[in-house]
Design a protein around this ligand. Structure first.
Ligand code: PTJ
Length: 264
């Protein structure tokens, strides 16, 4: 579909097109398109920008990944479609392994995503086919199958955009879980050790930038983590949405994301 360049939602429509294209190629599932819609709705409430608490969490995530001994980035269909290049850059910056881990698992999807990541520059992609031979305890979904050299032994796992039960199980295994989720109320957001309430499109480049900046300053990384409190920070994101909506309602005005002022 040709999107008119002057369309007020052009950027958002381009992202949708990217996902639809990758859905046709088998990278993204139909459910992934639905998940994106849920994300978009929360992004609208946040004002489609990286908020202060999100920035704080990105900094904490960069610090945790830089200090980690065995960091792993978990990749699903949506993440591969929207952020393959940044995932590879991040893995290089912090020495993290990349592992494919899917809810709607099929060997063809695993391989298609592996190929996409390799095209984006990944040297190694874990978790594909028989390589996912280890199991996360107490987890029923296909996500339980993980690579014994990847997520299973990782100390820090980045899970951009997922559906909940695995984050909790990984935390129970003693791992630090970093989530990127636009919905601050989701199970993943609530159960993660560090929650970034932001769009992965905006988060990933910033995370790469900060990881490159922090990776050689272990002292600063430790200080950032000591001063970071996830529950407080998460509450701040929820409060921010609440205050924004309350302010708009009080002023009996609604500013659209394109800057148009509507009287209520
Ligand atoms: O590729 P698969 O098979 O592993 O499947 C992936 C999906 C996303 C379909 C699966 O994990 C799923 O069903 O996820 P949920 O339960 O819909 O959760 C996705 C979460 O991601 C929701 O809380 C959304 O708000 C959030 N989200 C969607 N798009 C973005 C996002 N968060 C950050 N950035 C986004 N672009």
């Amino acid at each position: 579909m040709k999107i008119p360049p002057g369309h007020p939602r052009a950027e958002s429509l381009h992202i949708r097109e990217k996902l639809i294209e990758q859905c046709k190629k088998g990278v993204v599932t139909a459910a992934g398109l639905v998940a994106h819609g849920r994300g978009e709705a929360f992004d609208y409430l946040l004002g489609e920008k990286t908020t202060k608490p999100a920035l704080k969490a990105i900094e904490a995530a960069a610090a945790a990944l830089s200090l980690a001994e065995k960091p792993v980035v978990s990749v699903n269909g949506n993440v591969a479609a929207l952020g393959a290049e940044d995932i590879v850059k991040l893995s290089h910056a912090v020495g993290a392994k990349i592992e494919v881990n899917l809810f709607y698992r099929s060997s063809i999807r695993e391989r298609t995503i592996q190929e996409l990541l390799k095209k984006a520059g990944a040297r190694e992609v874990l978790g594909v086919g028989k390589d996912a031979s280890a199991r996360i305890p107490e987890l029923g979904s296909e996500r339980r199958r993980v690579d014994p050299d990847g997520i299973f032994v990782a100390d820090v796992v980045l899970v951009p955009l997922e559906d909940g039960d695995r984050s909790e199980a990984l935390v129970k295994m003693g791992k630090k879980v970093i989530a990127i989720d636009l919905n601050p109320l989701s199970r993943t957001a609530q159960k993660a050790s560090i929650t970034i309430v932001d769009n992965i499109i905006r988060t990933l480049p910033r995370l790469v930038e900060l990881a490159e900046e922090l990776r050689n300053d272990k002292k600063k990384c430790r200080m950032i983590l000591t001063n970071f409190h996830n529950r407080k920070n998460l509450a701040e994101s929820i409060r921010l949405i609440n205050n924004r909506l309350a302010k708009l309602a009080k002023e009996k005005k609604c500013v659209t994301l394109e800057g148009e002022m509507l009287e209520l």
